[in-house]
Design a protein around this ligand. Structure first.
Ligand SMILES: Nc1ncnc2c1ncn2[C@@H]1O[C@H](COP(=O)(O)OP(=O)(O)OP(=O)(O)O)[C@@H](O)[C@H]1O
Length: 118
């Protein structure tokens, strides 16, 4: 019987596979910059929660996006409008979450940056 620990092991395998994705690595790099900025400005606990939630949302959706890309490629290597649509919809979800993360990032960091400019 498959144990919970085995399931966790498979999930970590999936996480390792996500690192092969260029976009995932770029998003991870950007998230690291945001983390560094958070430490630099000593943001509040609530602000950390907002930023970490957004990072998790973007990275998770990128993993789902990659997963769907792989699934589509497994189902068909031929050009098909529906295959393209599935990939575009998944990529659209990443764009929505990334846009939200950028807006939230500006809302969190702008007061610190503005104070520094004064
Ligand atoms: N089988 C297909 N049929 C029709 N259109 C496709 C198909 N595969 C990909 N496309 C179109 O090409 C776009 C790019 O597809 P691709 O698989 O290269 O994804 P990508 O976003 O470039 O992935 P990556 O994250 O690896 O850079 C898709 O978003 C879709 O519009």
């Amino acid at each position: 019987m498959k144990t919970f620990l085995q399931s966790v092991q498979y999930a970590l395998q999936g996480l390792r596979a996500a690192f092969d994705g260029r976009n995932f690595r770029i998003q991870l790099g950007l998230a690291s910059l945001v983390l560094a900025a958070g430490f630099y400005f000593s943001i509040t606990r609530l602000e950390w929660c907002v930023l970490l939630f957004n990072m998790a949302l973007v990275l998770s959706l990128e993993i789902v996006n990659s997963s769907l890309e792989n699934l589509v490629d497994l189902v068909t290597r031929e050009r098909h409008p529906l295959a393209g649509k599935v990939k575009d919809l998944a990529a659209g979800a990443v764009i929505v979450a990334s846009g939200l993360a950028i807006v939230m990032g500006v809302i969190v960091f702008w007061p610190y940056i503005a104070a520094g400019l004064r």
